[in-house]
Design a protein around this ligand. Structure first.
Ligand SMILES: *Cc1c(COP(=O)(O)O)cnc(C)c1O
Length: 379
């Protein structure tokens, strides 16, 4: 099936439960003992991630990422920590891309060292520098398909080649691209992670995560997930399943609107720079065109020096000033105040993040209303 059909039908249970067209919510912690199916845990229990709501989502998410298997989890961070806990052990070493999502960065610096897992930061713009960082105990390379907030895109094929050559697990956080715009597994990545809180659900009303990979890797991760306890509640499974149904339509609209808004912002005298991979002069444009089907709904832009970012966002009426992304409502945030607030202005500047940089997650409102809102706030 094609993606537009898969989001509705992949992995559905047949026959339908009581004929229900939408999945019923199995809000039951435990289930009566039954003859165990060969490849499933003999006990059905919510924390074991094997209620009908979990099993359907696991099959559907695997189909969307073209993986053999997938696991839905209680958050994007649960997906990331379960992957680390499942694939790495004390004494291992890991390569992490610089400028990671803040939660992943915090997990790496606070928790990996006390578990005996060492890491080095990798400069994705300089593949020639990667080999020197590989040690005999290096096990994995962790990257993101589009990074926050400058929308950098790594040479994804170079990452896969490098990992295959050095026998490392290649792990990618594909949250910003969504499977509509990019599918890492067919390119050769071993593990794909999502914060399903963002595009997959798309309605800013739940927290969930996903890992998709080969069957053997998922079998390695499932017992770790079961033991550490990052299970998603069945009611939230239902909401996520419902959100995913419109994924392709939402992301197609967001791709189109973000492209228009990026073009509009580029022409405004009060805007200094616009970061959007769909713009021909963005440094990642060539890589994004090579690997992605669409350039996504995320962009950032810096105002000229005389306009403080805070003043600008306070003038917005349609677009809300809130962290997070990927929902149907457009959101802005000021990285210097949110995702990158724990750094000094100088450290931010060294990363290319100016104090008046604004990140925009484009929603599905009429793009003319969004452009009008931005134009009014630019004054
Ligand atoms: C939000 C986010 C996460 C964390 O996901 P949660 O669902 O908030 O736990 C991880 N990676 C990226 C890129 C994100 O945007």
């Amino acid at each position: 099936m094609k993606l537009k059909t898969e989001v509705l039908h992949s992995g559905s249970h047949f026959p339908r439960y009581a004929g229900a067209v939408a999945s019923p919510i199995f809000q039951s912690a435990t289930f009566a003992q039954q003859t165990p199916e060969s490849d499933e845990h003999p006990i059905r229990y919510i924390r074991l991630n094997n209620t009908p709501n979990h099993l359907l989502l696991n099959r559907r998410l695997a189909a969307l990422e073209e993986g053999e298997a997938a696991l839905v989890m209680s958050s994007g961070m649960a997906a990331i920590s379960t992957t680390f806990l499942g694939l790495l052990k004390s004494g291992d070493h890991l390569l992490l891309q610089k400028h990671l999502y803040g939660g992943t960065y915090a997990l790496a610096v606070n928790d990996l060292p006390r578990m005996g897992i060492a890491f080095d930061w990798v400069d994705l713009d300089r593949p020639e520098s990667w080999q020197n960082l590989v040690k005999p105990n290096t096990r994995a390379f962790y990257t993101e398909s589009i990074s926050n907030p400058l929308m950098a895109v790594p040479d994804l094929a170079a990452v896969v080649d490098f990992c295959q050559k050095n026998r490392l697990y290649s792990i990618i956080d594909n949250t910003f691209a969504s499977p509509v715009n990019f599918k890492p597994l067919p390119l050769g990545f071993d593990v794909v992670i999502h914060s399903a809180t963002k595009y997959l659900n798309g309605h800013s009303d739940l927290v969930a995560g996903v890992v998709a990979a080969s069957q053997p890797l998922i079998e390695k991760l499932l017992p770790v997930l079961n033991r550490f306890g990052g299970a998603l509640d069945p009611h939230t499974c239902f909401l996520l399943e419902r959100g995913i149904k419109t994924l392709v339509l939402r992301v197609a609209q967001q791709n189109e609107s973000a492209q228009k808004i990026a073009g509009y912002l580029q022409e405004q005298p009060s805007v200094a720079t616009v970061n959007y991979p769909g713009l021909p002069d963005h440094p990642a444009h060539g890589l994004a065109r090579r690997f992605f089907k669409g350039y996504g709904g995320m962009l950032s832009f810096a105002l000229r020096g005389d306009m403080p970012a805070r003043e600008f966002v306070q003038r917005l009426k349609v677009i809300t000033d809130a962290p997070s992304l990927g929902g149907v409502e457009s959101l802005v945030s000021i990285p210097a105040e949110t995702s990158h607030a724990n750094m000094s202005a100088r450290e931010r500047a060294a990363m290319g993040i100016s104090e008046n940089l604004i990140r925009l997650s484009v929603g599905i409102e009429d793009v003319e209303d969004l452009i009008e809102d931005l134009g009014r706030a630019l004054g």
